[in-house]
Write a protein that binds this ligand. Structure first.
Ligand code: AMP
Length: 213
């Protein structure tokens, strides 16, 4: 049995065409079922639905053989025990620094003051500001980061930005782009050895569908 860990929503939807290219069709719609294990047209392949941040954990410990997750999640989790064969070029966005409209970020950075930064992406933020030599107090949040500068919890946030509409709707502005993000295929290294043939077939089919033979 080959188990693929996916999260519902954008990653699931954007993975379907790749699965199709590998001859795999998921038999249930995750938006319509409460099942967490979804069968496919291939009896030896199943999909498990997990939280996006849990995908690397499932794959690392062998709860799934493969998974698809954003580079952001991978950096925060660390990639120990994981093989990362493909950039799937899906769920693209960027990690950026944003502040309240009117906040003089450049001056705050220049003056060497400690910047209070709220984020879910603590590892990415820590490394980014350390490389710039900016002192930061990082405040870990799990969601609704846009609220932090509006309530005085933080001076800045580090968050995912796609269209920029969420920032705009909350009177925030993007002041620095930290990195581009897309989803990666992650594979359990032990599974790759034990189930080499079927896993290779999936990796190769995805690669071909992406034009990366
Ligand atoms: P946007 O308004 O299009 O800039 O989208 C920003 C919001 O969507 C933020 O709350 C992000 O956390 C979330 N978001 C955008 N792109 C992604 C992605 N690829 N994966 C997960 N969340 C995302």
């Amino acid at each position: 049995m080959i188990t693929l860990a996916l999260s519902k929503g954008r990653i699931f939807d954007e993975t379907l065409p790749l699965l199709k290219a590998a001859g795999i069709e998921v038999l249930d719609d995750p938006e319509k079922t409460r099942k967490l294990i979804l069968a496919t047209n291939q009896p030896e392949v199943r999909v498990v639905l997990v939280r996006a941040t849990d995908v690397p954990t499932y794959v690392q410990y062998g709860g799934a053989d493969l998974g698809i997750t954003g580079l952001d999640t991978l950096i925060e989790h660390g990639n120990e025990g994981l093989y990362l064969p493909l950039d799937l070029q899906i769920a693209k966005c960027r990690v950026s620094v944003a502040v309240r409209e009117g906040f003089d970020y450049a001056a705050a950075v220049r003056q060497g003051a400690r910047l209070r930064v709220a984020t879910k992406y603590v590892a990415i933020a820590r490394e980014f500001f350390a490389a710039k030599g900016v002192h930061v107090d990082l405040i870990k949040l799990y969601g609704s980061m846009e609220l932090a500068p509006l309530t005085g919890l933080a001076d800045a946030i580090v968050d995912l930005v796609s269209t920029g509409n969420t920032l705009k709707a909350n009177h925030l502005v993007e002041v620095e782009r930290i990195m581009d993000i897309s989803s990666r295929l992650v594979v359990n290294q032990a599974a790759l050895k034990l189930k080499r043939e079927p896993i290779r077939r999936i990796i190769d089919a995805f690669g071909q569908a992406l034009g990366q033979p």
